[in-house]
Ligand binder design. Structure first.
Ligand code: ZN
Length: 68
């Protein structure tokens, strides 16, 4: 559920944000986001894209395939 909210870019309730921050205070909670060029939905940075974030244009494999 929390992951879903991150993905869709909805604001998190403050209480939830505080819990996350206290769990990993050394990390910033604000992750970069982009808008998928196919479905036009926002998506959030993921670990698997850490080396290639600048080139990521699609939120999923499905969208990438639709673009090709
Ligand atoms: Zn997409």
């Amino acid at each position: 559920m929390l992951y879903q909210k991150l993905l869709t870019g909805w604001p998190m309730p403050n209480l939830m944000r505080r819990q996350i921050l206290s769990g990993m205070s050394h990390k910033k909670i604000h992750l970069p986001t982009k808008v998928c060029v196919v479905c036009l939905r926002p998506f959030v940075w993921r670990k698997k894209w850490e080396r290639d974030w600048e080139n990521v244009k699609y939120c999923s494999k499905k969208c990438r395939q639709m673009a090709n």
